[in-house]
Write a protein that binds this ligand. Structure first.
Ligand SMILES: Nc1ncnc2c1ncn2[C@@H]1O[C@H](COP(=O)(O)OP(=O)(O)OP(=O)(O)O)[C@@H](O)[C@H]1O
Ligand SMILES: [Mg+2]
Length: 265
C-alpha cells in the first residue's frame, strides 16, 4: 500500500468509528486503516473531571508521532503509519486488547497510595501492571490470572505485551533522560494486527504527556497530566516544553523534528 498517496476525504464525509474522551477514530482511506484525531479534552478520575485545554490535542499528536515513529524505526511494532495534519494521524486498525499496560520506574499515583510508598521513590526494578479497560468499573487492576481466566489475552499475548512494554520503557527512559526528564511511569495499549493469516501484538493508542508521568530532572516539576489531575495549572506550557526539548517544532507545521536537544548538566 502506498500511504503517501492518501486520498483526501473531507471531514464531513468521513465515517466516525469511535468517539473517545480524548480522541476520535474515523474510517481510514484504505481497508485496515483508521484516522486518529486528537481532541483538546482533558479528563481524569474516570471523566468526572473534564476541561477543554486548547492546543493540547495538537501537542499530543506531535509528541505521540515522535515517539511512535522512533519505536517503528528501532523495530518495536506500532500502529502508527504517518501524521496527516496538526491533529490527525493515519494508523493501522487493530483489535484492542482490553487492558492498559502500565510500566513504573518510580513510585507515584495509585502505587504510592495503595502501598504507602512515598512518591518519587525509585523502584528496585521496573514494575509492569495490567488494568482492565472498563470505564463502568473504573479500570480496575487485574492479575495475569484474571486476564487468562476471562480470556482478555492469552499467556503468549501477555508475554508479548510485557516484552513490548519493556522495550518501550527502555526507549522512553533514554529518550527523556537525554532531554532532562525523568520517566516515572507510563501507560500503553496493545492491539492484535491480522496480516495474511498471521496475528501479532503491536503498540496502539497514544504515548504522550497524557499517558506518562514526566518530571523535570533538576526541579522535579511535573510535565504531564498530573498538572490537570492535581489542579497545578500550566498544562499547556508543560506539554510545550516537552515538545520543545524533544526538538519537535510546533510553531510551524514542519513535518519532521530537528532531533532531541541535549541538556548539559
Ligand atoms: N490502532 C487502533 N485500532 C483500533 N482502536 C484503537 C487503535 N488505537 C487506539 N484505539 C482505541 O481508540 C480509542 C481512542 O480514543 P480515546 O483514547 O479518547 O478513548 P477513551 O475515551 O480514553 O476510551 P478508552 O477507555 O477505550 O481508552 C480507545 O478506545 C483506544 O483503545
Ligand atoms: Mg484512551
Amino acid at each position: 500500500m502506498d500511504f503517501n498517496r492518501t486520498r483526501y476525504i473531507p471531514m464531513s464525509r468521513r465515517r466516525r468509528i469511535y468517539e473517545g474522551k480524548g480522541k476520535t477514530l474515523y474510517e481510514g482511506p484504505e481497508p485496515g486503516t483508521l484516522i486518529q484525531h486528537f481532541k483538546d479534552d482533558a479528563t481524569a478520575f474516570n471523566a468526572k473531571k473534564h476541561q477543554i485545554i486548547e492546543g493540547k490535542g495538537v501537542l499530543n499528536n506531535r509528541i505521540s508521532e515522535y515517539v511512535f515513529q522512533h519505536l517503528n524505526d528501532i523495530g518495536v511494532p506500532t500502529h502508527f503509519i504517518k501524521r496527516l495534519n496538526m491533529r490527525e494521524q493515519l494508523i493501522r486498525e487493530v483489535e484492542i486488547v482490553p487492558l492498559e499496560v502500565v510500566v513504573r520506574n518510580v513510585a507515584a499515583g495509585s502505587l504510592s497510595q495503595r502501598l504507602g510508598i512515598e512518591e518519587g521513590t525509585q523502584l528496585p526494578r521496573s514494575i509492569i501492571e495490567f488494568y482492565y479497560k472498563n470505564d463502568q468499573l473504573g479500570d480496575p487492576m487485574v492479575s495475569e490470572e484474571h486476564i487468562t481466566a476471562f480470556g482478555w489475552a492469552t499467556p503468549q499475548e501477555i508475554d508479548d505485551m510485557m516484552a513490548l512494554a519493556i522495550r518501550v520503557n527502555d526507549f522512553l527512559t533514554g529518550l527523556f533522560l537525554g532531554v532532562g526528564i525523568r520517566l516515572v511511569d507510563f501507560k500503553m495499549e496493545c492491539g492484535r494486527l491480522f496480516e495474511n493469516d498471521m496475528m501479532r501484538i503491536i503498540v496502539a493508542d497514544e504515548i504522550s504527556p497524557d499517558s506518562c508521568r514526566l518530571w523535570d530532572i533538576k526541579s522535579n516539576e511535573k510535565m504531564d497530566k498530573d498538572r490537570f489531575r492535581r489542579d497545578l495549572g500550566g498544562l499547556l506550557e508543560a506539554y510545550t516544553e516537552v515538545a520543545k526539548r524533544l526538538g519537535i517544532l510546533i510553531e510551524n507545521d514542519r513535518p519532521a523534528g530537528s532531533g532531541p536537544v541535549l541538556v548539559k548538566s
